[in-house]
Design a protein around this ligand. Structure first.
Ligand code: G3P
Ligand code: CA
Length: 241
């Protein structure tokens, strides 16, 4: 099972920062998960929310700031406020971090609330520029974004969902995606089996409790997004995975 450090090693370090991603890699995770938005000057930036306020010392929407402005905000986590690796990273900086490493990067396109113009094309062009197509999986709660990705590239894709989707396996197949990315509460043994029978990977979020980590391993789940990659790594090692 691929251990995806969700927003990096985000239980211990500020989420979606270079520091958190580096620590995710150090923890033994073979995957990283990040969220991507666009700045006012069309730069691809890595942050979870549309608004910077929860995680940075500022207020306003990502889309209303230039990259230089976004870079000026300090991290809200007190202990990391003066750490330069805890500013808002660009997608480019993250690709630079993983390009020579054995890491699978899940880039979530955060287009479900604000539809950033051409974000799909821009992300794909950058991945192509870095020749990292085989090390990326693109996902989104906005399945229209995934359709756009499918129309212009062969990069692996996954559909995120937090509410039940009727016949989700058939739906995923109709979209031609590689994976389903359900919320943990929507997962059953039957769903995992059915997805696998239909050659779909199952990557589940957000798995922070050891009981569920062990249960998903026992059910041959393909990947789990966790804020505790070190813990999941320990549990995977128990199972010699
Ligand atoms: O990609 C899995 C997970 O990150 C989706 O939810 O809200 O943490 O971005 P969220
Ligand atoms: Ca995410």
């Amino acid at each position: 099972m691929i251990n995806f450090a969700h927003r990096g090693a985000s239980s211990d370090y500020p989420e979606n920062t270079i520091l958190s991603l580096k620590e995710g890699i150090k923890s033994g995770a073979k995957g990283l998960e990040i969220d991507v938005h666009k700045s006012k000057d069309n730069k691809l930036v890595v942050i979870h929310d549309e608004d910077i306020e929860r995680t940075f010392m500022g207020r306003g929407l990502v889309k209303d700031f230039t990259l230089a402005e976004l870079k000026s905000f300090k991290n809200r986590k007190k202990l990391f406020r003066d750490n330069e690796e805890c500013r808002i990273p660009t997608l480019k900086e993250v690709l630079d971090l993983i390009k020579d490493k054995d890491i699978l990067l899940n880039i979530e396109l955060k287009t479900d609330i604000i539809p950033y113009p051409n974000i799909e094309e821009d992300v794909i062009n950058l991945i192509n520029e870095y020749k990292l197509e085989d090390k990326i999986i693109l996902s989104s709660f906005n399945h229209e974004s995934i359709k756009k990705v499918k129309a212009i590239s062969k990069i692996k894709t996954g559909i995120l969902y937090k509410k039940p989707i009727k016949d989700v396996v058939q739906y995923a197949k109709s979209l031609g995606v590689d994976a389903i990315h359900p919320d943990l509460i929507l997962v059953s043994e039957k769903l995992i089996k059915e997805a696998h029978e239909n050659n779909l990977m199952v990557n589940i979020y957000t798995v922070n409790i050891p009981f569920f980590m062990r249960l998903l391993i026992a059910n041959n789940v393909d990947g789990a997004f966790t804020d505790y990659p070190e813990l999941l790594n320990e549990i995977l090692q128990e199972n010699n995975i």
